[in-house]
Write a protein that binds this ligand. Structure first.
Ligand SMILES: [Zn+2]
Length: 370
C-alpha cells in the first residue's frame, strides 16, 4: 500500500466492559471458559462450526461471540486500536465507532457509556476520529452528544437501528439538527439479520416498532426479521427528505447476505444493494461503506463480490458515494486488515481506491479545503 494517507471509515474498539451482561448465552460462556484462549484463536473456524452445531447459533452469530470474547475481553480500547493500526500505513485515519448496548434487552452494560467515550477520546486524536453512538432511549442523550463533540473532540455520530430505534424516530430531530449546525457526519448500521440486535421480549419489540409512518404486520416474522424493519434503508427516505443537508453513511452496503443473493438475482428490486445504489444516487448527502461485507470475496453464479464492486464503481455517481472501511474487529478472518485493504486495491485499482478511501471520506467529513 503506497497510496496517499487514507481513511478507514468504520472500525470498533469497544471492549467487553461495554457488552451487556447477558449478551452471551450462558451455556456458550461455560463452553468458552473451558477452552484456552490460544486454542480458540488457533482453531477459530472449527469453534465457529462447533457453536453452530451444538448451540444452534448461526455462523455469523458464533463468529461475533468469539470475536467479542477473544478480542474484546483481552484488551483496552488502545490495545484493540493498536491491533488494527498495525495493518495500515502510519498516516491512516480511522472513524472509530463507539457502541451503547444498554438498551438491547440483554441486561446492564458493566461500565458507564460515558467512560467508554472518555477512554476512546484519550487514545490518539491525530489518527482517530471518534463517533459517538446516540441511542435516544438513554436519559440525557443530547447532553452526551454535546459533551462528546464539544468537550471530548468527537467528530461524528453513530446510529444502530437494529437495537430497537427507527432512524426517523422524532427523538433524533434535535440530533440531526445539531449535526447540520455543527458539520457532523453520521454512520448508521444498515445490514439485516445482524447478530447484534434487540434481544428483549417480542412484546417489547412490537411496542418499539410502533411508529407514525407505516403499519407493521409482525405475522410470521421472528425477532431478527422484526429488527430488520428498524434497519431497512428505505427508512432513510424519510430522514433524507426532512434533512437533505445531513450527511449519512449506510454502513455495510446492504450486507454480505444481500450481496450474495445479488450475485444470482441482480435485478431483485427488494435487494438492499439495489435500494442503496439507487438511494445514494438520488440523495446528494447519502453514502454507504463496504465494511465487513467486502472482507470475503464470495463467488456465486459466475460472479463475485470484487468484480461486482468494481462494476458498481465504474458508475461515477456511485463511485463518489462509497466509503472504504473494514469493520475491524468484527470480521473473524485469519487474514488481517492489511490483506483486506490490499485485496480491495487489487480488485478495484489505485484510482478507485483513492476515490473511496481518500476523496469520498473528505467529502463526507466536509473538511474545509485549505
Ligand atoms: Zn461496525
Amino acid at each position: 500500500m503506497d497510496t496517499q494517507a487514507f481513511y478507514n471509515c468504520h472500525i470498533h474498539t469497544f471492549n467487553e466492559e461495554d457488552i451487556p451482561e447477558r449478551f452471551y448465552p450462558k451455556l456458550l460462556m461455560d463452553f468458552l471458559r473451558k477452552e484456552s484462549t490460544e486454542e480458540l484463536m488457533l482453531n477459530f473456524l472449527r469453534f465457529v462450526h462447533k457453536l453452530e452445531k451444538f448451540f444452534g447459533i448461526d455462523a455469523e452469530e458464533a463468529e461475533r461471540y468469539l470475536q467479542f470474547y477473544l478480542v474484546g475481553s483481552q484488551n483496552s480500547q488502545r490495545e484493540i486500536f493498536d491491533l488494527c493500526r498495525s495493518s495500515y500505513p502510519p498516516s491512516t485515519k480511522y472513524f472509530v465507532l463507539s457502541m451503547d448496548m444498554q438498551f438491547m434487552g440483554c441486561g446492564d452494560v458493566p461500565r458507564d457509556f460515558r467512560a467508554q467515550l472518555a477512554e476512546l477520546s484519550q487514545i490518539d486524536q491525530e489518527q482517530i476520529l471518534p463517533f459517538v453512538h446516540i441511542d435516544p432511549r438513554r436519559d440525557g442523550y443530547f447532553d452526551i452528544l454535546r459533551d462528546a463533540i464539544e468537550q471530548m473532540g468527537f467528530r461524528g455520530v453513530k446510529l444502530y437501528p437494529p437495537l430497537g430505534v427507527f432512524p426517523h424516530d422524532s427523538r433524533f430531530d434535535s440530533v440531526y439538527q445539531y449535526c447540520i449546525d455543527n458539520n457532523l457526519p453520521i454512520v448508521s448500521h444498515c445490514s439485516p439479520h445482524n447478530p447484534t440486535h434487540f434481544k428483549g421480549s417480542r412484546r417489547e419489540l412490537l411496542k418499539l416498532l410502533q411508529n407514525p409512518y407505516f403499519e407493521i404486520n409482525p405475522h410470521g416474522l421472528d425477532k431478527k426479521d422484526l429488527c430488520d424493519i428498524f434497519t431497512h434503508p428505505k427508512n432513510y427516505r424519510i430522514v433524507c427528505e426532512k434533512y437533505p443537508e445531513l450527511r449519512i453513511s449506510l454502513a455495510h452496503y446492504g450486507s454480505d447476505k444481500m450481496w450474495t443473493s445479488w450475485l444470482c438475482h441482480p435485478e431483485d428490486p427488494e435487494n438492499w444493494v439495489n435500494i442503496i445504489n439507487s438511494m445514494i444516487q438520488e440523495y446528494p448527502n447519502l453514502y454507504t461503506d463496504i465494511s465487513y461485507t467486502m472482507y470475503y470475496n464470495v463467488t456465486d453464479c459466475k460472479h463475485n463480490f470484487y468484480k461486482t464492486l468494481k462494476e458498481f464503481l465504474d458508475n461515477e455517481n456511485i463511485r463518489r458515494k462509497v466509503l472504504f472501511g473494514s469493520d475491524f474487529y468484527m470480521p473473524a478472518s485469519k487474514e488481517t486488515d492489511m490483506h483486506y485493504a490490499n485485496n480491495i486495491i487489487d480488485a478495484i485499482g489505485e484510482e478507485y481506491f483513492n476515490a473511496i478511501a481518500v476523496e469520498n471520506p473528505k467529502q463526507f467529513l466536509n473538511e474545509q479545503i485549505a
